[in-house]
Design a protein around this ligand. Structure first.
Ligand SMILES: NC(=O)N[C@@H](CC(=O)O)C(=O)O
Ligand SMILES: [Zn+2]
Ligand SMILES: [Zn+2]
Length: 430
């Protein structure tokens, strides 16, 4: 099937493209980019005037809960949510049951993703067997089967010696270690950021120091081992300063931020105590939020990820202390970035494409996708003016635990193409 997208504003900093043009998709590839293109026989013409066309969006940190917790999300329902959110690629974290720590588990995910037939699913393998932090996982086997990166996300690897071994081992392959930075002896029992929020509410605090110390440790291990390091869901101003310094020294260090840490802080938790605002790491202070905002705009933060963490109603509809950690995010990430940063003119479209498409592909060692002849036709078409409210019905994923429920947002993906197949058509998942 061929498609001619007419009159979209195409943005791709990789080929210095930022103009209104036509794009022809044929045989899974971008077949032509130009003005006044004529549709070949049997080609579907899509009126894309007023919309933006960008290289397909990538979310390099999601939890699809499959296998093991399919009541929260499956690879199929997660892929539907990703597609609805405008993504062509997602990288899935290995804290499944069993943990994704062997080649067979990587193959399971790729097989199920193929059956779903929507976005590309790029499995991240565990660093240690069972994410127990004791023995190396089958890292070589997982590379062979297609693991795009390695992480024990859900925890930090607590032992510095074990983390060193992991990084030495991974450094033999062209892969990055994504580190959930948290020293658990500092965060045990914590349910909310330590400081004003924990004191006022009388709840166990979760200190920023737990993240900052482990970021420091992992940067030094990166220096020692040469293994590329990616800091997952960075949430503190000091942690970001450490990443900035490491980058300035030329170390192979990158980091990501979530929309919830960019657009919410600990003061948003009261008065409602909405447990959808309980996540790991916790919402931090307004000052941390301001530092992350600066970091995503100035290039210190490399990409935006959702940490899409689906949970069932009974795991959230309870007291704050016992609620599970996490919020879904795939279907609100792009709309939030547009509403809060791009539409008000604080972030350029070029920068949006860098943080949501170009940089995550680089970090995951995926082939680049460009809006130029011959590239894979993995593309996202965006209506920056579409207004909607985040409601349970708007979310097509299996779980509805969104920290942004009830928000009014402007801008969303209308169409997605994956290898030239139209997986989202006028806002409807194929
Ligand atoms: N972020 C969360 O609050 N939860 C994640 C775990 C994680 O990303 O560390 C989960 O798997 O539920
Ligand atoms: Zn994590
Ligand atoms: Zn996570």
């Amino acid at each position: 099937m061929a498609f001619l997208l007419r009159g979209a504003h195409a943005v791709d900093p990789q080929v210095d493209l930022d103009s209104v043009c036509d794009v022809l998709i044929d045989d899974g590839k971008v077949a032509a980019v130009g003005e006044g293109l004529e549709p070949p026989e049997g080609c579907e013409v899509i009126d894309a005037r007023g919309k933006y066309l960008v290289p397909g969006l990538v979310d390099m940190h999601v939890h699809f809960r499959d296998p093991g917790f399919e009541y929260k999300e499956t690879i199929e329902t997660g892929a539907r949510a990703a597609t609805h959110g405008g993504f062509t690629d997602v990288a899935t974290m290995p804290n499944t049951d069993p943990v994704t720590d062997t080649g067979a588990e990587i193959r399971y995910q790729l097989d199920h993703a193929r059956q779903a037939g929507l976005c590309h699913v790029r499995p991240i393998g565990a660093l240690t067997a069972g994410e127990k932090g004791e023995q190396l996982a089958e890292i070589g086997d997982m590379v062979m089967e297609g693991a795009c990166a390695f992480s024990d996300d859900g925890h930090g690897v607590q032992s510095a010696g074990m983390m060193r071994t992991c990084m030495e081992y991974v450094s033999q392959f062209d892969r990055v270690v994504s580190a959930h930075c948290e020293i658990e002896t500092l965060t045990t029992h914590g349910v909310i950021n330590e400081g004003k929020a924990s004191t006022r509410l009388g709840m166990f605090g979760w200190p920023a120091l737990g993240e900052e110390l482990e970021i420091y440790r992992d940067i030094e291990l990166c220096r020692l081992t040469g293994c590329p390091l990616h800091i997952a869901h960075i949430s503190t101003a000091k942690g970001l300063d450490l990443v900035r310094k490491a980058k300035a020294e030329g170390l192979p260090v990158t980091c990501e931020v979530t929309p919830h840490h960019l657009f919410l802080n600990e003061d948003d938790i009261t008065p409602a105590y909405d447990t959808n605002l309980k996540m790991n790491p916790p919402l931090r202070t307004p000052d941390d939020m301001a530092a992350l905002d600066e970091g995503i705009l100035d290039g210190s933060i490399d990409c935006v990820v959702t940490d899409h963490a689906p949970h069932a109603p009974h795991e959230k509809d309870c007291e704050w202390e016992i609620a599970f950690f996490g919020t879904v995010g795939l279907e609100t990430s792009l709309p939030l970035m547009l509403t809060k940063l791009v539409n008000p003119g604080r972030m350029s479209w070029k920068r949006l494409v860098e943080v949501m498409a170009v940089n995550p592909r680089q970090i995951l060692r995926l082939a680049p996708v460009r809006i130029e002849r011959g590239s894979a036709a993995d593309l996202t078409l965006i209506d920056p003016t579409a207004e909607f409210e985040v409601t349970p019905d708007y979310l097509v994923g299996k779980s509805k635990n969104s920290a942004f429920m009830g928000w009014h947002l402007t801008g969303q993906a209308t169409d997605v193409f994956v290898d030239g197949r139209r997986t989202l058509a006028d806002g409807v998942v194929a």
